[in-house]
Design a protein around this ligand. Structure first.
Ligand code: R5P
Length: 302
């Protein structure tokens, strides 16, 4: 029996691309926002006994998109689907993977629990900030790499590249990326001000970047602060070009403008998160993630 695919409102373009890869169409769903901002969803297909995928990126506005996902999951469960698989091309709250200061919540774990609470059976997601959050789920989670999509583009540069990890916490991801290319690795030590969101306190390069292409790999770009500061530092240390490759582009505020006018020469991202057309700029290259996600979905249906 063919599976059904529904999309929340956060990235319908990507959901359509995924459906096309699978030779399917998106199922009909009504998503209404009331004047007081409450959401109501209604699944307009018969889901009984079927395998159902719900695609939703938990990007800005994260809480709205999360709530839509939960309501859709509940509606599908009530329709007695055989299996419900949530596809989260971008998993919001994944960066709140530990308690940094006393009194904070363990937000990534809270989100895992509420996703499970509506009856989702399985999850597919891409490039988590930290794989340890997989342990917060009781249901199986398929964790896909978005960064490997950029390997081909790096090889096509045919130049000496040094992979830069933008902070110590991201070392494992950057190491894996560098190994896939047989390229050397350098590290930027980044300290954040935990009392002020998005504020960086200091950065330092460890490793040789002189006359090389410095390729910063990261999970997500939000304000652009991490990349821009890293790029200034790398150019100061003699890098001849700075390329930033990040799986998710959750451009908030003026991130697009900051990046456009920055020393970052090229920015490579995927389309896990919808980038509005006015936020495109010439340095930005968006790689399609749909084939990677669709491949993983194919393996789950008989
Ligand atoms: C942080 O640890 C993440 O891996 C990203 O480096 C960070 O969230 C990017 O945020 P921004 O673009 O605001 O510096």
């Amino acid at each position: 029996m063919k599976p059904l695919i529904f999309s929340g409102s956060s990235n319908t373009h990507l959901a359509n691309e995924i459906a096309k890869e699978l030779n399917l169409h998106l199922g009909k769903v009504e998503i209404v926002r009331f004047a007081d901002s409450e959401c109501r969803v209604r699944i307009e297909e018969d889901v009984e006994g079927k395998d159902v995928f719900i695609i939703q990126s938990l990007a800005d506005p994260v809480d709205e998109h999360l709530m839509e996902l939960l309501l859709m999951g509940d509606a599908v469960k009530r329709g007695e689907a055989r299996k419900i698989i949530a596809v989260l091309p971008y998993h919001g709250y994944a960066r709140q993977d530990r308690v940094h200061r006393p009194g904070e919540s363990l937000s990534a774990q809270v989100v895992a629990k509420i996703i499970e609470s509506v009856g989702i059976d399985k999850l597919i997601t891409v490039e988590l900030h930290n794989e340890t959050i997989l342990g917060f789920f009781k249901i199986p989670v398929v964790h896909l790499s978005g960064l490997s999509i950029f390997h081909k583009a790096v090889r096509e540069l045919k130049q000496e590249v040094v992979v830069i990890t933008p902070d110590a916490g991201a070392l494992k991801r950057s190491q894996r990326f560098a190994e896939g290319l047989d390229a050397p690795l350098a590290l930027i030590e980044k300290k954040r001000d935990l009392n002020t969101p998005h504020k960086l306190m200091s950065m330092r390069v460890v490793g040789d970047v002189l006359d090389k292409i410095a390729l910063i790999v990261d999970d997500v770009i939000v304000t652009g602060g991490t990349l821009v500061n890293a790029a200034y530092l790398l150019k100061e240390k003699g890098a001849k070009e700075v390329i930033a490759a990040a799986t998710h582009a959750d451009f908030v505020g003026g991130a697009d403008k900051i990046l456009k006018d920055s020393p970052v020469d090229k920015i490579w991202v995927t389309d896990t998160i919808k980038i509005p057309s006015e936020k495109y700029f010439s340095k930005l290259n968006v790689f399609p993630i749909a084939p990677t996600i669709a491949d993983s979905m194919k393996k789950m249906v008989k």
